[in-house]
Design a protein around this ligand. Structure first.
Ligand code: TRP
Ligand code: SF4
Length: 329
């Protein structure tokens, strides 16, 4: 498809978990072929954050360590922090001059999240929260990104980004902004240890950077076939969370596991032990890489500083064009 400019980002919410893995693997692949920007969306985190200030910084560090340990490479990609490239804020402001409030109020993610927060007793009807998708549009358009790898939940934001690009180009008779495409990669659905979708908000996650002891504990806690009381009872792997993990992480042996479960030839305890071993050998190279990276406490900050410098150069270039198009000096 030729080299494209790719931009994606995540809000820094701390350590990533197994549910994030396929997204990260996809980023890894993209960085081999394209010019990629990977952004820590810390301003976006502030739109709904009620944490101590120190948490934001620690979450940024943890998340970027996870990115690096799974293979994101600062030699290949621009890894940076949104708040270190102030031009995003300027573009957001300028976009706000011609973006109808109704576009933002109608955004399905806005309405949904407002409701979710209301149920938690939190009122997030702020100016910043309403403008969340517009800031995201600025993140994307400031690098003139062609491709934006996102989950399906982000599609309304991408659509708004395209509308903003069109509107800008129309109002200022220019072709400055290309309309970015969403890039929907296949995302593996990873269940949490309780069988629901893996998510921090359900506290059912297995962090990528978990310790071996904790991992063992979590796998032991996984829900299995409730109909199985004795290890010799015939089991139903299709309703079992441990089995879902065998399917995802133990493809070579998955049929064998299913068979012996159905025949009552394997108990849940050894079956879980097997899964712990599989996950341990899968994660060990990541853990080793992380341990090395953690040895130098400045490394993450150095990567982000350098990445942000690179990002800033491109952002400044775009902003010069934007100001000129809008008649600003
Ligand atoms: N809103 C995205 C999320 O919650 C994070 C994000 C911020 C982003 N800016 C972006 C994603 C730009 C892609 C492109 O996941
Ligand atoms: Fe699940 Fe394995 Fe127990 Fe079967 S034997 S119910 S697959 S944990």
């Amino acid at each position: 498809m030729g080299q494209k400019t790719v931009l994606s980002g995540m809000r820094p919410t701390g350590r990533l978990h197994l549910g994030h893995l396929s997204v990260l693997e996809n980023w890894n692949k993209l960085q081999e072929e394209h010019y990629c920007y990977f952004m820590v969306a810390d301003w976006h985190a502030l739109t709904t954050s009620f944490d101590e200030p120190s948490v934001l910084k620690e979450n940024t560090r943890e998340m970027v360590l996870d990115w690096l340990m799974v293979g994101l490479d600062p030699e290949k990609s621009v890894i940076f922090v949104q708040s270190q490239v102030k031009e995003h804020a300027e573009l957001h402001l300028l976009f706000s001059m011609f973006t109808p409030v109704s576009w933002l109020e109608r955004c399905p993610t806005y309405k949904e999240q407002l409701q979710q927060f209301r149920e938690l007793g939190k009122d997030v009807r702020t100016y910043g929260f309403l403008g969340y998708p517009l800031l995201q549009a600025a993140d994307i358009l400031i690098y003139k990104a062609d491709l934006v790898p996102v989950g399906e939940d982000q599609l309304p934001h991408l659509e708004m980004c395209r509308e903003v690009a069109r509107r800008f180009n129309y109002l200022y008779s220019t072709k400055l902004f290309p309309e970015p495409q969403a890039y929907l990669a296949e995302v593996a659905l990873v269940p949490g240890i309780d069988g629901r979708k893996m998510s921090k908000s359900y506290s059912n996650e297995i962090p990528l950077a978990i310790s071996p002891k904790e991992l063992e504990k979590k796998v032991k806690m996984m829900v299995t076939d409730p109909a199985r009381i004795h290890p010799t009872d015939p089991g139903h792997p299709e309703v079992c969370t441990v089995f879902a993990f065998h399917r995802l992480f133990n493809r070579d042996q998955v049929d064998e596991v299913a068979e012996s479960c159905r025949r009552g030839e394997i108990g849940c305890v050894p079956c879980k032990k097997k899964m712990t071993d599989v996950l341990t050998s899968f994660l060990t190279p990541y853990w080793e890489r992380r341990t090395k990276l953690e040895k130098d406490p400045d490394f993450v900050w150095d990567v982000l500083k350098e990445g942000s410098q690179k990002a800033r150069l491109k952002a400044q270039e775009t902003m010069t064009e934007v100001r000129e198009a809008m008649g600003l000096y």
